[in-house]
Ligand binder design. Structure first.
Ligand SMILES: Cc1cc2nc3c(=O)[nH]c(=O)nc-3n(C[C@H](O)[C@H](O)[C@H](O)COP(=O)(O)O)c2cc1C
Length: 342
């Protein structure tokens, strides 16, 4: 089964359904993960807004966070009823809020409780339940301890382990936790050797399909996050190179046109155009007029702005001009906002 060969990481505020739809235009097979969604929000919050997705998004997994076996099992059932293909438990979020509520990475200090949660979730749904975990806590972990956790969670019925291949340092900010603890992908490779019947997906710092293919010789899957958000076209060749499909990938322009049609429909349902447009800013990254594209979308924030930007890009892209020179990032888009912690 190559279900998990390549997936898009769950990223709060980034991998909402609009960004996921964009990624689906670029790859038909990459597995998509929702943003982390707290079980109580699923049970008591605006369910439709949190859980709705389009059928084109399959295969898609719902990532849940929580610490109570009963409410997590109930939330998993709701997710299954919505049609999600997999329910994933977050065991990696190091944020203060997560620690206060007792979910995310801090749960790794209590593997028996995690096993109890997982048993409840697995018993409640028919779709697979997976985990997304860190190697351990505070850099104190040893490989045998990690392997023991995997064994416990597998006994509870989990077959898919997504491992963000670094420790969680709970005193550091969430952002620093994605950079500072060193990556140890080799531990995930080793897990695959020790538990060949389980599915292991490695995650952290993978920037290109070449790197993904390197890991795929050692594990079942690779999950990519920031590299995809920063340049979604990094996945352009994924269906061919990772999944062995023969179809021609869409060009940037074709993707942009598909998103124009999508936005038109979404806007008619009342979706604010910026909710979609903000994810399109990096679509022409490094291409001629790529920065103009960003500016037009950021300033116009409307379907009309997208149409104007598209017309301008159609002129140059179809002529196949050279890549845009100069610094790649600029100071307007979501990346900048994220960097600044806005
Ligand atoms: C903005 C942002 C939000 C994130 N939100 C989540 C989340 O909701 N759930 C989760 O498990 N990980 C979350 N992560 C971590 C990513 O899923 C991933 O593990 C991490 O970014 C490392 O992968 P990468 O180097 O490919 O980005 C987030 C990361 C970023 C950058």
């Amino acid at each position: 089964m190559d279900d998990h060969r390549l997936s898009l990481a769950p990223m709060v505020d980034w991998t909402d359904r609009h960004f996921r739809y964009l990624v689906r235009q670029i790859s038909q097979r990459v597995r998509l993960y929702t943003e982390m969604t707290v079980d109580q929000a699923v049970l008591k919050g605006p369910r439709e807004r949190l859980l709705f997705f389009r059928k084109e998004e399959h295969p898609i997994a719902l990532q849940l966070a929580g610490s109570d076996p009963r409410t997590l099992a109930e939330a998993a059932q709701v997710g299954e009823a919505y049609g999600y293909d997999e329910i994933n438990l977050n065991l990696g979020c190091p944020s203060e809020k997560a620690q206060e509520a007792g979910f995310g990475a801090c749960l790794l200090s209590d593997p028996l409780r995690v096993a109890e949660i997982l048993r409840a979730m697995v018993g409640a749904v028919g779709v697979p339940v997976s985990v997304k975990m860190r190697l351990g806590l505070e850099g104190q972990e040893t490989y045998p301890e990690l392997a023991q956790k995997v064994e416990r969670f597998a006994e509870a019925g989990v077959g898919v382990f997504i491992v963000h291949a670094r420790s969680a340092l709970l005193r550091l900010s969430t952002k620093k936790n994605r950079e500072i603890p060193p990556l140890k992908h080799e531990w995930v490779h080793r897990l695959k050797g020790d538990f060949p019947h389980l599915t292991f997906v490695t995650n952290g710092g993978v920037r290109t399909l070449e790197e993904a293919l390197f890991h795929l010789r050692r594990v079942d899957g690779v999950m990519m996050g920031r590299a995809v958000y920063e340049d979604p076209m990094v996945l352009a060749e994924a269906d061919r190179r990772v999944f062995g499909l023969a179809h021609r990938p869409k060009t940037r322009l074709e993707v942009a046109r598909a998103m124009r049609a999508y936005l038109e429909e979404e806007a008619s349902w009342g979706t604010p155009p910026w909710a979609v447009l903000r994810h399109l800013l990096t679509l022409f990254r490094g291409r001629p007029r790529g920065r103009l594209w960003r500016r037009l979308l950021s300033e116009g924030r409307s379907l009309r702005a997208l149409e104007q930007a598209l017309a301008l890009l159609e002129e140059v892209e179809e002529e196949g001009e050279e890549e845009e020179k100069g610094p790649k990032g600029d100071a307007e888009g979501p990346l900048f906002l994220a960097r600044e912690g806005v």
